[in-house]
Design a protein around this ligand. Sequence first.
Ligand code: TPU
Ligand code: MG
Length: 560
Amino acid sequence: MTKTYTVGNYLSERLGQIGLKHHFAVAGDFNLVLLDQLLEEGSTKQIYSCNELNCGYTAEGYARANGAAAMVITFNVGALSAINAIGSAYAESQPVIFISGGPNTNDQGAGHILHHTIGTTDYGYQAEMVRHVTCATEILRSAENAPAQIDNAIRTALRLRKPAYIEVPCNLAAAPCTRPGPVSGLLAETTPDKVSLDAAIKAACTFIETRKNVAILVGSRVRTLGSLEPVVALAERIGCAVTVMAGAKSFFPENHPSFRGVYWGEVSTNGAQDVIEKADGVICLAPIFNDYATVGWQSQPDAKNMLLADLNEVTVDGQSFTGFHLGAFIAALSEKAPRRTASVESTKLLPEVIPGSAPEAPLTNDEMARQINGLLDSKTTLTAETGDSWFNAIRMTLPGGARVETEMQWGSIGWSVPASLGTAYAEPDRQHVLMVGDGSFQLTAQEVAQMVRYEIPVIIFLINNRGYVIEIKIHDGPYNYIKNWDYAGLIKAFNAEDGHGLGLHARTGAELADAISKAKANKKGPTLIECSIATEDCTDTLVRWGKKVAAANGRPPHVS
Ligand code: TPU
Ligand code: MG
C-alpha cells in the first residue's frame, strides 16, 4: 500500500522546490507530527536550534546567503520568542517562511483552554501578532485548502522579500493532501508594467543627462537582487563613481575602478563623503535612510539631487513610478542610461590603512581589525554584530568576492551568532568569520553549541572589551557594564564528550596571529578567539557617530 501524502509532505516538498536544502526547528508538541512529515518527505534537512530566537536568526542568516529560508517552531511559547527574529527578517527584507505548529482544529472556538497559551480560548492571537512582521499570514483550516494557503504564503514571501507565516494545526500535519504541481507559479516574478517602466527609464535618463556630476549610492536592500552583477552593469554603463551605504558594505566590488568607499556621512571611508555630497545627481539604489545611517539625521543626499530607486517604486524629479521591481528597473536602465564619468575622473579611492602594533604589545582594537582584515579572502563571508564590530568591518578593505553581513536596520544584539551559523549552513564552501562583542554574545551564546554539534567551522572573534562600548559612546551609565565570562572556556563546555570546537585567548598581536592560524586549520568545528582589549579602545568613527546619534536621541519634544 502506498503511503498517504500529507499536508506536511506538501509543505516539505514546496520548501525543497524553492531551493532550500535545510529547515531550522525547535520541537514542541504542537509541531512534532509536522516535524515527522518534514523528515519523512525529506526534501530539506532538519537542523535544530537551542531556542526559537536563535532558530529565527539562523533562518534569517540562511536566507541572506540562500535567497530564502524556513523555520518550524511550536505554538506561543516558541513563536512569541521567534517574533524578534521575524521582525529582523522583515526589516532586513529576508523571505523566511515562519511555520508554527498550532492547536488541534477541534479546539479552535470550542472554549477549551490549552497549555502553552495565555489561557484564553481564541487562538487567533498569535497570527494577529505575527501579521505586523510578515507579508502573508495563513492559518491552515483544512487539508483541502492547505495547498493554496501554503502556496500563497511562499509566493508572497518570495515576491516581496519578506517573511510569511504558516500555522499548521497539529491534527492537519499528517492529514491526506494533494501533491504539488510545478513550482514555477511560486517563483515567477510579476511581469513589469511596461508603460510605467518605460516612463521611469525616460525620466531616469533625463535625470542623468541633466546632471553634471552623477554618482551611485548602493543601499542594503540591494541584497534582495541576489547578485552584484546588475549594479556593476549599471555602473559600467554610466561610468560614474559608486559608493555603498554602511548596511550595504560589500554590495559593490571594492576592487572595481568605480568604487569610492562607504558613504556614512562624516564617518564615511575612502573619501566617499565628498563623492556623494558634491554630486548633483545621486542614484540611490534601495537605501534605508534611518537615524543610524544618516548619523543622527545629519547626512543624506539632498532630495532634489536624488533619484530614489526602491524595491517597488522609483521617484525622480518629483514623479514616482510603480508596477515593476528594482531588478527590472536596473536592467532596463543599464541598456539606456547616458554616460556620466565626471565623478570617477575627478576623484580617487583614498586608501584606508588600519595601523598595527608590535606583536608582543597588548592587543589593540586596530591590531585586531588589521589581522581580521588580513584573513578575508574572496570566499569569505564576514558577519559583523551591532557594536564597534560594525565600524571595524566598515573600515576593512575587501578582496573581490568577500561579503559582509550586518543587520543595521533591525540592530538586535545577539543576531550575529545564529545568523553566521545560518550563512555557513547555506554556503559550506565559503570561509565564515564572525565579529561579535562580549555584550551581544551573551544573548545567544548557546548557539555556538550547534556549530559544535554540526561541525560548522565558523571563526568567531569575540571582542572582550568588558561592556557595551557602543552604548558607552552614545550615553554612558552603570547599565553599560556587564559580568565578565570566560568566553574561550565556554567551548570546552559546549564540546562536552565529543565536540571539536576550539577556544583560544588573544591578549597580544602575536597570540592573535597564532590563534588565527589554529582557527584556519580547525575544520571540524567553530574556533572562538577571545580578543581582550581595553574598554576605552575603539574606532574613532564609533565615537564621532555616537555623539551625533546621542544628540538626535536627545532632541527635546516639539511644543505646538
Ligand atoms: O563592541 P561593543 O562593546 O560595542 O559591542 P557589545 O559588547 O556587543 O555591546 C553591544 C551593546 C548594545 C546594546 C546593549 N548595542 N545595542 N544595544 C541595545 C540593544 C539591546 N537589546 C537588543 C536586543 N538589541 C540592542 N541593540
Ligand atoms: Mg563590548
